[in-house]
Design a binder for this molecule. Structure first.
Ligand code: SAM
Ligand code: SF4
Length: 363
């Protein structure tokens, strides 16, 4: 089998077989019963959640996500086809993947998305399929996506003010996103989550406005700490720790832990009497949640990444296109996982990172 490690990034150390043995106790990627070994890393973390970036393209240009100089989009032929994605998911399900999330770039920029969701939702073993979207196309897509079997919907929205939306995303569109959220609720998605990146001096004066949204509508607003990625202008001064945001909101509402977060949840959720939804905090920078990490990622061009922040990756696309069988792909997935960090470095250490931009990895 040829090597499918990309060369420009830090390699996973060690021999494939010993690394795999370290990661799973099964050096061939197979379990003793002849099935595929579960995706367990060397710290005993079992990976059951696959996040798939469908494209590196986007119809917005969020300042905190896209570098100012833009992203050189990969040629279409370099992205995984729907058939290739389906093959990886089918194999992943046999290795214990139970939960999928489709993300990007902007995943709704892939045509025929409902057809992909319908195909994926028929795969045995999966419990849920979620979508993370900027919401611009949701008004049209909410009903077909629900019908195709999408179970969870996350919409990213950082401001409720049109001019600010245009400044933060470098494009107009707030009304379309709000209409998309309403369409999602009308289509019957329960517990729609709003992802709101909080940036000091940019949108931190809207915390209360977002909280009011969670009072009035059954929406789960999650405030996300601003993370550093290549070329995204991050500085410590712009990052607001979740603890400060919670303290500020508690001056107004008696927020208490909602008790609804699962063991692998990256969010800490709170409610107060009268809230139709909830408020949550994703504190990737001040309070990492790596110990319970069960996530593995597939980039739009078919690389497996074991961590959002880790540069090492293994190309399944190259392997598939050079005729690898499922056993070889399984081995490569174990190999990608074998070098996974116990936890990611601090924000200050990450800020000079040379990895991909967020929109190329898939958030
Ligand atoms: N385009 C889709 C969207 O915006 O929802 C999916 C991809 S986007 C990269 C996924 C998530 O990453 C979004 O919720 C976005 O707000 C978040 N994100 C992007 N850059 C970030 C950063 N620097 N810090 C924290 N979250 C970020
Ligand atoms: Fe596009 Fe999502 Fe990144 Fe904004 S956060 S530029 S919508 S990929």
């Amino acid at each position: 089998m040829t090597s499918h490690m990309t060369t420009a990034v830090q390699p996973v150390s060690g021999d494939v077989r010993s690394a795999c043995a370290l990661a799973s106790g099964a050096c061939s990627g197979r379990d003793p019963g002849g099935g595929f070994a579960p995706l367990t890393d060397r710290f005993g973390r079992r990976h059951t959640y696959l996040r798939i970036s469908l494209t590196d393209r986007c119809n917005l240009r969020c300042r905190y996500c896209m570098p100012a100089e833009g992203i050189p989009y990969r040629p279409r032929a370099e992205l995984l086809s729907f058939e290739e994605i389906t093959r990886v998911v089918r194999l992943g399900a046999r290795m214990g993947i139970r939960k999928l999330r489709l993300t990007g770039g902007e995943p709704t920029m892939r045509a025929e998305l409902p057809e992909l969701v319908a195909t994926l939702s028929a795969i045995e073993g999966l419990d849920s399929i979620g979508l993370t979207t900027n919401g611009l196309m949701l008004e049209r897509l909410a009903v077909p996506m629900r019908g195709a079997g999408l179970t969870h919907l996350n919409v990213s929205l950082d401001t409720l003010r049109p001019e600010r939306f245009e400044r933060m995303t470098r494009r107009p569109g707030l009304q379309r996103v709000l209409a998309g959220i309403e369409a999602g609720l009308a289509a019957g998605f329960e517990a729609i989550k709003l992802n709101t990146v909080v940036i000091a001096g940019e949108n931190d004066d809207e915390l209360e406005a977002f909280a009011k949204l969670a009072i009035e509508r059954p929406l789960h607003v999650r405030f996300i700490e601003y993370m550093p990625f290549r070329g995204n202008g991050w500085s410590a001064a712009h990052m607001l720790p979740s603890g400060e945001l919670l303290a500020r909101l508690r001056r107004r509402w008696p927020l208490q832990p909602s008790g609804e977060d699962g063991p692998h949840a990256v969010v800490r959720s709170y409610r107060a009497p009268g809230f139709a939804g909830s408020i949550g905090f994703i504190s990737s920078m001040t309070e990492h949640f790596c110990d319970g990490c069960n996530r593995i990622r597939l980039t739009a061009d078919g690389a497996v990444k074991s961590c959002l922040f880790q540069a090492a990756e293994v190309s399944l696309r190259d392997a598939m296109r050079s005729g690898a069988d499922d056993a070889e792909l399984a081995l490569l997935m174990h190999r990608a996982l074998s070098g996974k960090w116990a936890r990611h470095p601090s924000a200050e250490q990450l800020v000079d990172g040379q990895g991909r931009a967020m929109t190329q990895i898939g958030g």
